[in-house]
Design a protein around this ligand. Structure first.
Ligand SMILES: [Zn+2]
Length: 418
């Protein structure tokens, strides 16, 4: 949480004899006690307490001095662990939505009113402040976004290219000759093929902040037989080959979009990964689940086993914000075994449909822009990363406000980064 060598001045102990070894001590609550961990007794009680304006889950909002040491009774360590490990999803296996996902609106950060704040990063900031007030040199940063990931899931790359759409148009009264003509027109004429426009937007930000700080990603599906995996596309067909080529030309990274079925049966991730690697002729290390439908926290183990090093799934579909309580990349912690894995999770902060869809946040264009800017500002304040997910289908010309919002957000981040 402290993020630099000043961390060695912070202790996590209730042993009074050891307080003098540190400049700041966090006193553990009962959360990790054997007879508490994993039981309903470990549930935080609402309303939560705050310390210096930052909500925390366990302990008391008290700070005292013991000699040269600041002793903090707010258990920021257990609070961070609870949020980072998705502990509550294990405690509440019975709460899942239609797609088997833990709903954001049931989450503690949402219910306690801080889903829009990366509070774990704020804990780090508080601890650094306490260390500084106690004479320890800490690195200070101005508001700054460390890395920006502009990501796009390739769910439905084309509209006119598949024969089933030609047939559908025929039965809905369209001129069949036009439907057939549209199928064979150049790819750039396909209404869903908005990737060149998206990449153009991304380039504006990349030229402003540098390609090492702003990375553009396309996540491709490579399997899945459920209804939610439709439409399927041929990774070896000429249209996807053309899209792969565009990615190479434009310096866009390619990742796996694990299928909805692989969300249900995570053992399928490995074969989907292999299929995409074969088609793209390159090792793939990054993943995001289709429908964000990685279900149980432990399922992340399958990603690691398959050779994925970085996952971008961790956001809620129904509410934008900080699912893991942080805007920083963090390593996956299995809440059942408490094992810290080698898999890095990049929190997904904003998905396009979350803002607009009636069943999710149902925001107007103006409300969505204000909310996004608030999230972005909160990331700047803690020097975190920003991951956006915008689908090619939501920026189809004339379809809602998401196209306009995307270019507005890009422009605003360009301005605020200068
Ligand atoms: Zn998807």
């Amino acid at each position: 949480m402290v993020g630099d060598e000043a961390g060695r001045f912070v202790g996590y102990t209730s042993d009074i004899k050891r307080f003098a070894d540190y400049k700041v001590v966090i006193v553990p609550s009962a959360f990790f006690d054997e007879d508490v961990y994993g039981t309903s007794q470990s549930e935080p009680v609402l309303p939560l307490n705050s310390i210096e304006g930052v909500p925390f889950l366990f302990g008391k909002p008290e700070i005292e001095r013991a000699g040269d040491t600041l002793v903090v009774h707010a258990d920021l360590v257990a609070s961070a662990f609870f949020l980072l490990s998705r502990y509550e999803e294990v405690l509440h296996r019975n709460i899942r939505d239609l797609y088997g996902r833990f709903p954001g609106k049931e989450s503690l950060p949402f219910r306690a009113g801080f889903i829009d704040r990366p509070v774990v990063d704020e804990y780090g900031k508080l601890i650094r402040k306490w260390l500084k007030s106690n004479g320890v040199k800490t690195v200070e940063h101005l508001p700054f976004i460390r890395k920006i990931y502009l990501t796009h899931d390739v769910d439905a790359p084309f509209y006119n290219r598949a024969w089933r759409n030609v047939v559908r148009k025929f039965f809905s009264g369209h001129n069949p000759l036009i439907a057939i003509r549209d199928k064979f027109r150049p790819l750039l004429w396909d209404p869903n093929f908005t990737f060149p426009w998206l990449f153009q937007q991304n380039k504006q930000l990349q030229s402003a902040v540098g390609e090492d700080r702003c990375i553009s990603f396309l996540f491709f599906k490579a399997g899945g037989k459920t209804k939610s995996d439709k439409p399927r596309y041929n990774l070896k067909g000429k249209d996807i080959k053309a899209l792969f080529e565009l990615c190479r030309e434009q310096g866009v990274s390619v990742g796996l979009h694990s299928s909805f079925q692989a969300g249900l049966e995570p053992s399928l991730i490995a074969s989907e990964l292999k299929k995409l690697e074969d088609a793209y002729s390159m090792a793939i290390k990054h993943n995001r689940h289709h429908f964000l439908s990685s279900r149980e926290p432990e399922d992340m183990e399958y990603l690691e086993k398959a050779g994925i090093t970085d996952d971008f799934t961790m956001g809620y579909a129904d509410v934008a914000g900080f699912r893991l309580g942080t805007s920083q990349p963090v390593r996956f912690i299995n809440p059942v075994t408490k094992r810290l894995s080698s898999l890095t999770l990049h929190p997904l902060v904003i998905m396009d449909g979350t803002l607009e869809e009636k069943k999710y946040m149902n925001l107007t264009a103006e409300e969505a822009e204000d909310y996004c800017m608030k999230l972005i500002q909160n990331i700047r304040n803690v020097n975190g990363d920003l991951t956006l997910l915008w689908h090619n289908t939501s920026v189809v010309y004339g379809r809602g406000y998401l196209r306009d919002l995307y270019s507005k957000l890009i422009k605003q981040i360009v301005v605020s980064s200068q």
